[in-house]
Design a protein around this ligand. Structure first.
Ligand code: GTB
Length: 217
């Protein structure tokens, strides 16, 4: 059955792979599943046809036969459940890998995401610097703990998993807008290992091609 995902027609990140369709592309590349992409304008994302798929009018979405899904974490988890390669078979190891999915999205991503929003939306506010520092303190706390847990391992819990895939995409967002990650060399190396995976590169190139086509067309 054909898999179709949605992505920005013209991503505001200018093809840097920071929009959340990148997670889905990467997961599909890791498990070797081909997919189609339906590109959406900001206007189309808020229209009824898309709101049926994604109640908040956002990308990405995932369609396969009569299944329609939204939320990038749920989509990556679904892909990992359906296909081999992103979750261990052994029950306890699988549960721990799933815990890392939640840790990436619920514990590490929020202050990183909030920092990006503050940088975009609150730059002219009198509290801007104070708020930015507070968020950066929160980020550093999370990174220090994550760094300690990772230690000198390649991945968070044994083999590369969907938890690593999501954690790396979360950290890439931070790397794109600050030097904070440089203070945690093992996390920088962890992110680089993720980016070096052939599946990551294929996914990155595919989303970049969309941006280039939109810029020349
Ligand atoms: N929780 C949802 C999920 O994980 O799927 C969040 C989805 C989401 O935030 N989608 C964003 C979106 O559709 C695109 S990815 N925004 C449009 C809207 O809400 O109207 C977030 C994103 C956007 C842009 C950049 N960038 O330019 O760097 C990075 C990430």
């Amino acid at each position: 059955m054909t898999i179709t995902i949605t992505a920005f027609e013209r991503s505001p990140d200018r093809g840097r792979g920071l929009a959340r369709d990148m997670r889905i592309r990467w997961a599909l590349e890791e498990v070797g599943q081909p997919y189609d992409v339906r590109l959406l304008s900001f206007k189309a994302m808020k229209e009824a046809a898309h709101l049926t798929l994604q109640p908040f009018g956002q990308i990405p979405t995932y369609e396969e036969g009569d299944l329609a899904l939204f939320e990038s974490g749920a989509i990556v988890f679904h892909i990992a459940e359906r296909h081999g390669g992103l979750l261990p078979d052994e029950a306890n190891a699988r549960a721990r890998a799933i815990a890392w999915i939640f840790a990436a999205l619920n514990t590490v991503e929020p202050p990183i995401f909030d920092r990006s929003l503050v940088q975009i939306l609150e730059r002219d506010e009198p509290w801007y610097e104070q708020r930015l520092r507070a968020l950066e303190d929160s980020i550093r706390k999370r990174l220090a703990d994550l760094s300690r847990r990772l230690g000198d391992a390649d991945w968070l819990d044994g083999a590369f998993s969907a938890g690593d895939l999501l954690m790396v995409t979360v950290l890439l967002r931070l790397k794109a807008s600050s030097r904070i990650l440089d203070d945690y060399p093992n996390l920088s190396a962890y992110v680089a290992r993720g980016e070096a995976r052939p599946a990551y590169k294929r996914a990155f190139d595919a989303q970049l091609a969309v941006f280039k086509a939109a810029s020349t067309g």
